[in-house]
Design a protein around this ligand. Structure first.
Ligand code: CAA
Ligand code: NAD
Length: 309
């Protein structure tokens, strides 16, 4: 039987929406992405559990979600403080936090992994998730760059495994790349597309190829900007201004790298470089490496290419 929440969430969609039965979503990783994914899922009236191995990440996520919701609420109910408070608390009430993976995935219809971009850590987590989840649970990754076939190598049932690639900041970015690897079933893929629409995103389909669509184009561009700077051809602020005013991008490449997280940028490029050592577009950057080594990971640490308050 269809639940009323999901029926409402997908009203107006094609007949395939009738297959949509996701009520409980578990998001693993409470960082930049996990907190945003939790927010948009709860906003679509789904029950959400956010899991992180680090309690302080959960505390930070709670605050981040609340302040993001306040921005959304202010825009939606500009002159109505009561309605703003009601919106914020109704979404927050649907989000629970936990440090225990197994307990948190037991009732999940959909698990979305958004932990660090490291293949071994992700594989270990997926083994734990599959062992504890129901045999019908859809298991997905928000990886930026890793192949699903590699991440899901040890899953016993690969038909329920797919990719949900959100963009940062999740509440604002309208796109969701839905990724299928060779073993993703049609049913899983269709349900993931319906979930994407239910949380208000425009979905595009992509095969299991490095970087999918957006990052395959965006990340080499960000590193090309670094090479331009490392050659001394232009300053960072000038490159950023040039791309904003000359190409119409909302952020320049250095601002965007700081926004994404320099550690995440490094993990992406290191992985691709290892896999394709002769590809010049995938060459790592010594400057980026040194900043990450020094703990300067961008906005989230207070300093990256630029300093933040
Ligand atoms: N939650 C809720 N609302 C938010 C928000 C958030 N996290 N961030 C911004 N907003 C809202 C603000 O409240 C503001 O609303 P109003 O217009 O009503 O005032 C609006 O968005 C604009 O925000 P700002 O004025 O603060 O700043 P801005 O105009 O520069 O927009 C931005 C911010 C949306 C982040 C914009 O700069 C942007 O689109 N930047 C590019 C982001 C991008 O390219 N993301 C993709 C990164 S790659 C990736 O994610 C994939 C990967 O795997 C690495
Ligand atoms: P982040 O560093 O902000 O957060 C990662 C979180 O995962 C941290 O809170 C950490 O404590 C937690 N974590 C690490 N290992 C864990 C484990 N084994 N179990 C539970 N929690 C664990 O990272 P992020 O930017 O949110 O990126 C998360 C994922 O999303 C990565 O795969 C990244 O490539 C991808 N992604 C990032 C962006 C972006 O712009 N930052 C965009 C799209 C996709």
């Amino acid at each position: 039987m269809l639940s009323s929440t999901c029926t409402a969430a997908v009203r107006g969609l094609s007949t395939t929406a009738q297959l949509f039965k996701i009520n409980n979503v578990t998001v693993i990783g409470a960082g930049l992405m996990g907190s945003g994914i939790a927010q948009v899922s709860a906003n679509a009236k789904l029950n959400v559990v956010v899991v992180d191995s680090n309690q302080s990440a959960l505390d930070k996520a709670q605050k981040g979600i609340e302040s993001s919701l306040q921005r959304v609420a202010k825009k939606k109910h500009a002159d109505d403080a009561k309605a703003q408070t009601a919106l914020v608390s109704s979404v927050l009430d649907r989000i629970k936090m936990s440090t225990n993976v197994s307990d948190s995935v037991k009732d999940a219809d959909l698990v979305i992994e958004a932990i660090v971009e490291n293949i071994d850590i992700k594989r270990k987590l997926f083994a734990e998730v599959e062992a504890a989840a129901k045999p019908t649970t859809l298991i997905t990754t928000n990886t930026s760059s890793l192949r699903l076939a590699d991440i899901g190598l040890n899953l016993k049932d690969k038909t329920r495994f797919g990719g949900l690639h959100f963009f940062n900041p999740v509440p604002m970015m309208k796109l969701l790349e839905v990724v299928r690897h060779n073993d993703t079933s049609d049913d899983t893929f269709q349900k993931l597309m319906e979930y994407g629409k239910a949380v208000g995103k425009t979905t595009v389909a992509c095969k299991d190829t490095p970087g999918f669509i957006v990052n395959r184009l965006l990340v080499p561009y960000m590193f090309e900007a670094l090479r331009l700077y490392e050659r001394g051809d232009a300053s960072m602020p000038d490159i950023d201004v040039a791309m904003k005013l000359g190409a119409g991008y909302p952020m320049g490449p250095f601002e965007l790298s700081d926004y994404v997280g320099l550690d995440t940028c490094k993990f992406i490029m290191d992985g691709w470089h290892k896999q394709y050592p002769d590809e010049v577009a995938f060459k790592p950057s010594p400057l980026l490496d040194s900043l990450v080594d020094a703990g300067k990971t961008g906005r989230k640490s207070g300093e990256g290419f630029y300093k933040y308050k």
